[in-house]
Design a protein around this ligand. Sequence first.
Ligand code: SAH
Ligand code: SF4
Ligand code: F3S
Length: 473
Amino acid sequence: MKRQAVLIPQEEIDRQLAICDQIAAQNAASPAPKLAMVDTYGCQQNEADSEQIRGMLSRMGYAMTEDEAEADVIVINTCAIREHAEMRVLGNVGALSHTKRNKPEQIICLCGCAMQEPHMEEKIRRSYRYVDMVFGPHALYRFPELLQSVLQTRRRVFATPDVDGYIAEGLPVQRQGRLKAWVSIMYGCNNFCTYCVVPHVRGRERSRAPELILQEVRELAEQGYKDITLLGQNVNSYGKDLGLDMNFAGLLRACNAIPGDFQIRFMTSHPRDASQELFETMAACEKVAPQLHLPFQSGSSRVLKAMNRHYDRETYLDEVRRLRELIPDIVLTSDVIVGFPGETQAEFEETLSLIQEVRFDALFTFVFSPRKGTPAAEMDDPMPREQKSANFQRLLEVQNAISAEKHAAYVGQTLQVLVDGVNIQDKHHNLTARTDGGRLVHLNGPEELIGTRQQVNIVRSSTWALFGELANS
Ligand code: SAH
Ligand code: SF4
Ligand code: F3S
């Protein structure tokens, strides 16, 4: 892909912003304030996209609401990663037929990954006729124009071009948090893991210019953000398309050099591209949090090959060893798929043994879900569902025991945490916090501490969390 073809020209962005301002002028003339609701499913990439959608809506003069009954515009940002995610989209959209009946002028928009799937778009087109707008990830920057078209004509619009994807800089952003922020550093994916829908719906890998990423991080640090997560489907291949002397490790070093009291995290790292340079950079950069999410997917080299992951069991274990040599206290999390087509019982046991060998701090576990258009959906899948479920349960038990043991080992330690929120459900532990490695800590203290770093004595633990007391109280 040519760089010029990837970047949306500034004039086009300006045109979209001018449309925002036109809509804002119309909305300002309305007697009651106009309201919008944005509902987000899926991963952090979708969260980041929704922050741009809110940014655009806000520039159009909409205030945000959580109540679909009163919203003038509803946007549902969908996910397609597993069948369950897709079913949830349809369930949610189905429920909106009632709100629209009570408020017929309401505009219902669906966007995100599931809308980029032809069969889902078709389903909405035919069976959910009260949906006014459908757009995929590639048309996000055109949201103002699409909304104006619906407002003016009341005709349905569909914008799901089958393209390699763009980079749209300069769209407004309305961030959800004051402490934690997402920064997309690249979009799309070139890996085509055989089970995965992401490359089909989010297009090819394209990296944002380093100076724009660094400027965004600098602004966030100046605004007092304490925790900045760099986002991409495979951050380790950042920069390969830029033709500059800048890779992901270089970007981390440049972020680390930005002054301020903040930590840098990133996701997701593909083990194929996780280099020794990356590990050394993580170890050397004090602002880079001691945490790595490194999805392994399977402990069987044969299954990894069938998944098109381009690494094997030994390479993965070796990476973990080298990483822990450099950063012994690294918090390591991962993703795993149980029941990939053709996975044998012996191969599942290899996954279990890898988990026992690595001892992850936490694991995101999934049962294989066939996705239309992916090679794995066509593969023979002889293992019965019940067997997959039983394996999944066993894996959860093994991991939960490991997570509980790892958490128990924190008891008695004094750790630095970032106090990040309130927990209204637990009056004995009214605050939540995160360790540098990202583990959840419950503690008791004044709400003014939110946004500060504190030393905490860990006194108790569970499978999911740590419980602490402020060290200086
Ligand atoms: N880009 C990230 C993954 C994004 S999807 C990476 O490569 O690490 C998040 C996780 O969902 C994946 O790591 C995988 O474990 C899981 N997943 C993706 N497709 C799936 C499918 N078809 N069935 C079950 N789990 C899936
Ligand atoms: Fe999907 Fe693989 Fe790309 Fe991750 S690296 S988004 S699992 S295709
Ligand atoms: Fe889902 Fe799209 Fe993310 S499919 S997991 S929202 S990239």
